[in-house]
Design a protein around this ligand. Structure first.
Ligand code: RP5
Length: 170
């Protein structure tokens, strides 16, 4: 799914991050957005990372989603190489359980922004949602799908409320 223009490049610092970052690709697949999954580390493979980012830009990546744990330099390193939006997902892979990654991703110096998501699966899913919202700015079909999705979410909550009130869930 990575040949089209306007695709999302999902990069993770290690294959050990893939269980979390699959949440992002799941959301993108659900909205029919072309995307790729790459492993490239800011610390362990900086030259390869630069090559991946340059290559993705040339092929038309519109948004980068970068997931990393520990001293998570990956989203910031990607943001340093591109002016396309970068969404960073902190992953709880170290003894500090993602707080280290969250602070690394959120505390970017002025001038090189990264959108910091929540730690873990919720953040990975929201990175996918936010990428869809960015792409929907120039795509009315996608914008309509987002509105439909919000409606489905609301109906789901109302259904749970009704079930709780009727005693069918405790
Ligand atoms: C980070 O170090 C990666 O993003 C991963 O979350 C963490 C541990 O990597 P591995 O030692 O499992 O490869 O760079």
């Amino acid at each position: 799914m990575n040949k089209a223009r306007n695709f999302v490049s999902i990069v993770m610092g290690s294959d050990s991050d893939s269980e979390i970052m699959k949440e992002t690709s799941g959301v993108l697949a659900r909205f029919g957005i072309a995307h790729e999954l790459r492993v490239a580390s800011a610390h362990r493979s900086p030259k390869f990372l630069e090559k991946c980012v340059r290559d993705a830009e040339k092929r038309g990546a519109s948004v980068f989603v970068a997931g990393a744990g520990a001293a998570a330099a990956l989203p910031g390193a990607i943001a340093a190489l591109t002016t396309r939006p970068v969404l960073g997902v902190p992953i709880a892979s170290s003894d500090l359980k993602g707080l280290d990654a969250l602070l690394s991703i959120a505390q970017m110096p002025a001038g090189v922004p990264v959108g910091a998501m929540a730690i873990g699966k919720a953040g990975a899913r929201n990175a996918g949602m936010l990428a869809v919202q960015i792409l929907a700015l120039n795509d009315s079909r996608l914008a309509a799908s987002l509105i439909q999705h919000r409606g489905e979410q609301e109906k789901g909550v109302m259904k749970k409320d009704a079930q709780l009130r009727s005693g069918s869930i405790k």
